[in-house]
Design a protein. Structure first.
Length: 394
């Protein structure tokens, strides 16, 4: 029997569906018996509880709910009160569910071995591969944090409290529970440690690295592969990996990582007609907001649209250019000297690199973005943050 754990605190009731997509990906790729443990507080709605049970039963697996609000209410309240200082350091958005990982050793005392998965993961391999890996002497195994390895700053590392090469990401953890649970009172000790060293970057992850980093077992990257990093490197080929999305949910079916997420989510109970209608509404609202901003910025001005010659008809029709408005290529604009009349505004439809270069020239001439020129690609380009917001709020 493989034991898997997720943590959720979902006041809006819209976040649990991510766990559903992740659970589906686990079940779809293994023939092993799986027990899923859900660590939650009062915010887990009856509908979400029912959907989780429905999904698990459809695969003949097992599900156990652990109400940490009931078991650790006073300790969680003291933790939150003790971390008020973090609000001044820009990290007030860390959710209560993040801290549940520090209670794993106390709550799951009857489990010998455990895989913790972040809600925002999709498992594209047989989970028994991770289950078979070794843990360190202290009972923990995890993947080195790719962002830290790429020289991104971590206060914990910068202050010499953890080696950069051993700093791990806590979105995917393999735990030998008897050894892991030897560390007592992790919640209280963690809060005190963070306050003492003024660490607010990745609070729970920093605590786990401080306590377990020196002797944990570091796992291959395939067990926690960041989708954002893969896309930034120009990759689009799925591998047997556990993918971490980190909020990167876009409506881009040509992107295999996004398609993998949507294929898993679409087979969960959350993806019904009501959800799809709410999603469509949110997408339309986001589109309307973009158009409203554009309309306000261009009101009363004569537009000069800049873009590729072959796209002229497309953008003329999209923006409904008037007879006194022009469409120019970047070369034609450059030849004109980029001179703007007081009532004119440039709408630029060029790739990011070209837009950035043109922006530098315009600003050197005293032009201001949002007043004298706009990046028109914002109206048409994929907006990952807006897509993610539309999805999470549906």
């Amino acid at each position: 029997m493989i034991h898997i754990c997720y943590a959720v605190s979902d006041k809006k009731g819209t976040y649990t569906k991510l766990i559903g997509a992740s659970m589906h990906s686990v079940f779809a790729h293994t023939e092993e018996w799986v027990t899923v443990h859900i660590l939650h507080d009062y915010s887990l709605s009856e509908d979400n509880r029912r959907y989780l049970m429905q999904l698990v039963r459809s695969y003949g697996q097992q599900l156990v709910f652990h109400d940490l609000e009931l078991q650790y209410k006073d300790r969680l309240a003291r933790m939150e009160s003790g971390n008020k200082w973090m609000e001044k350091n820009g990290k007030s958005g860390n959710g209560r569910a993040d801290w549940f990982r520090l209670l794993l050793g106390e709550e799951l005392t009857d489990v010998e071995r455990l895989i913790y998965l972040d809600a925002d993961t999709i498992v594209n391999l047989d989970i028994k591969e991770l289950w078979a890996e070794k843990t360190g002497e202290n009972g923990l195994a995890a993947v080195p944090d790719g962002m830290i390895q790429d020289d991104h700053v971590s206060k914990l590392v910068k202050k010499g409290l953890c080696e950069a090469k051993r700093y791990f990401n806590a979105q995917v953890l393999l735990l030998n529970m008897p050894a892991f649970s030897q560390e007592k009172d992790l919640l209280e000790r963690g809060v005190a440690f963070l306050r003492k060293h003024e660490l607010s970057d990745y609070p729970v992850q920093d605590v786990l690295n401080h306590v377990f980093g020196a002797a944990c077992c570091l796992l291959p990257d395939k067990y926690n592969t960041w989708v954002m990093k893969e896309i930034n490197q120009g990759n689009n080929t799925l591998e047997p990996c556990i993918y971490s999305y980190n909020g990167l949910h876009a409506f881009d079916y040509g992107n295999n990582y996004q398609r993998l997420f949507w294929e898993n989510f679409s087979d969960t109970p959350w993806c019904d007609t009501n959800f799809l209608c709410r999603l469509a509404h949110n997408i339309q609202q986001n589109a309307n907001s973009k158009l409203l901003i554009y309309a306000n910025l261009t009101a009363g001005k004569r537009r000069i649209v800049v873009g590729p010659d072959k796209e002229a008809d497309k953008y003329k029709k999209m923006l409904m250019l008037r007879e006194d408005e022009r469409y120019l290529t970047a070369g034609e604009l450059h030849a004109d000297g980029m001179n703007l009349a007081p009532a004119e505004i440039l709408i630029i439809f060029l790739p990011y690199e070209q837009f950035t270069q043109m922006k530098k020239h315009l600003e050197a001439c005293g032009a201001i973005e949002g007043i004298h020129f706009l990046n028109g690609m914002v109206l048409t380009a994929l907006d990952v943050r807006q897509d993610a917001k539309a999805f999470l709020e549906a």
